[in-house]
Design a protein around this ligand. Structure first.
Ligand SMILES: [Zn+2]
Length: 343
C-alpha cells in the first residue's frame, strides 16, 4: 500500500495582498505532518507537508498534488488536507470555492487556486478512496460547484471510486474561526479549532472497539468533541460520494484496554440499519443468514436519505444476489427488498 497524504497550508502572504497571515495555518500544517507520521496506518514517509516555498502559486500546489496523486493505486487512499483562506466569487466563470496560495491577493480571483482544479486532479487519480479535508472559510460551499452542477457527485463521481470531503463548516456558515482553541493540549492549542480538534481525536483515538478509525467514526468523534468543548465552535460536516462510512482511514490510537467491548450482532432490522449507517463493521454473514431480514434492511436503506445509505444497500443487494441462489430464499429476499422504490 502506498497511500499518500498531501498537506497544503499557506500561512504567509505579501504585506500588501490584503490576505491576512495566521500562524495557526502553518502550525496546523506541521501538526498534520506530525500526527500522521505517528499514526501506524500512515507514517512519516507517506505524508508530505508542503513548505512555504511550495505553496506560493497555484502551479506549485498543483504540481505537488499531481506528483503525489500519481503515486497511488486502486487499493490506496489519497488524502489532501487544505488549511488556509477560502473565497467564493459568484461573478467569475463557474463560481467555485477558491483556495488561497502564498501569492494570492484579496479581490484578485486569478491569484487563487480554484477548487475545480483540485477536484479534477483528485478525480483523475487512481486511488480507491480520495479524501479532502478542507479547513477554510466557505468550505461549506465546496459541494456547490458552478456550471449548474449543484452537487459533488457530478464532479467527483467516477464509477466505484469513493470520495469523502470533510469540511470545517456546515450549512450556511461561511466564516471559519482562525484562532486556536485554548482547551486543546500543547501545540494543538495553536492550530485552527477544526484542525486542532480533529488532530486531537487522531492522537487520542476513540473508545470505540474497532482498531481503526473509520470515516463515520472520525466524523462523529470530531463533531462530538467540538460540540462538548466549552469554547463554542462551528460544526464540521462530512460528505460522502460512494465512499463507505466504514472505510478505515487512521489507526485508532486509544489503548485497547480502554476501548469498549465489541458489541453483539445487531438484533433486529432497525439495529442493523443503524449499525450499517454508523459505519460499524458488522459481520454481513450474520445478516445474510435471514433472507427476509436482509430484504427488510435493504428496503430501509433504499428509503433512507442518509449519505451513503444507497451505496450500502447496493453492496448488500450484490451479496444477497450471490448468496440466495436457492429460488425460495431469493423470493423471500426479493419480496422484502423490492417493496421500496429504487432511487
Ligand atoms: Zn475547542
Amino acid at each position: 500500500m502506498t497511500s499518500r497524504a498531501l498537506v497544503i497550508g499557506p500561512a504567509e502572504y505579501a504585506g500588501e495582498s490584503g490576505v491576512r497571515a495566521y500562524t495557526e495555518i502553518g502550525v496546523s500544517a506541521v501538526q498534520y505532518g506530525e500526527v500522521l507520521a505517528g499514526n501506524p496506518m500512515w507514517g512519516g514517509d507517506r505524508c508530505r507537508v508542503l513548505g512555504p516555498d511550495e505553496v506560493m502559486t497555484a502551479g506549485d500546489v498543483m504540481a505537488a498534488l499531481e506528483e503525489e496523486a500519481g503515486r497511488t493505486g486502486p487499493d490506496d487512499i489519497f488524502m489532501v488536507v487544505y488549511i488556509g483562506h477560502g473565497a467564493y466569487w459568484n461573478d467569475v466563470p463557474g463560481a467555485e470555492v477558491h483556495f488561497s496560495v502564498g501569492s494570492s491577493y484579496k479581490d484578485k480571483p486569478w491569484t487563487w487556486l480554484s477548487s475545480w482544479y483540485l477536484y479534477r486532479a483528485m478525480r483523475l487519480c487512481r486511488a480507491g478512496l480520495k479524501v479532502l479535508i478542507a479547513d477554510c472559510c466557505y468550505s461549506n460551499m465546496l459541494p456547490h460547484l458552478g456550471n449548474g452542477i449543484r452537487s459533488l457527485p457530478g464532479v467527483l463521481d467516477d464509477a466505484g471510486q469513493g470520495t469523502c470531503v470533510l469540511t470545517a463548516l456546515k450549512d450556511d456558515n461561511v466564516r471559519a474561526w482562525p484562532h486556536g482553541c485554548e482547551r486543546l493540549p500543547g501545540r494543538l492549542a495553536h492550530c485552527t479549532p477544526f484542525s486542532g480538534h480533529l488532530l486531537n481525536v487522531l492522537g487520542n483515538g476513540t473508545t470505540d472497539h474497532r482498531p481503526e478509525l473509520t470515516l463515520g467514526l472520525l466524523r462523529d468523534a470530531v463533531e462530538e468533541e467540538m460540540s462538548l468543548c466549552p469554547i463554542q465552535h462551528d460544526r464540521p460536516r462530512m460528505l460522502l460520494n460512494d465512499a463507505r462510512e466504514s472505510r478505515a482511514l487512521f489507526t485508532n490510537r486509544m489503548d485497547p484496554a480502554k476501548r469498549a467491548p465489541r458489541p453483539d450482532v445487531p438484533a433486529g432490522t432497525g439495529e442493523w440499519v443503524t449499525a450499517l449507517l454508523q459505519g460499524n463493521d458488522c459481520d454481513l454473514r450474520e445478516l445474510l443468514k435471514d433472507p427476509r431480514r436482509t430484504g427488510d434492511v435493504v428496503a430501509r436503506l433504499r428509503a433512507s436519505s442518509r449519505d451513503g445509505a444507497a451505496s450500502i444497500a447496493r453492496r448488500i443487494d450484490k451479496e444477497a444476489s450471490e448468496r440466495f441462489t436457492e429460488p425460495g430464499d431469493f423470493a423471500r429476499y426479493w419480496n422484502k427488498a423490492e417493496r421500496a422504490p429504487r432511487p
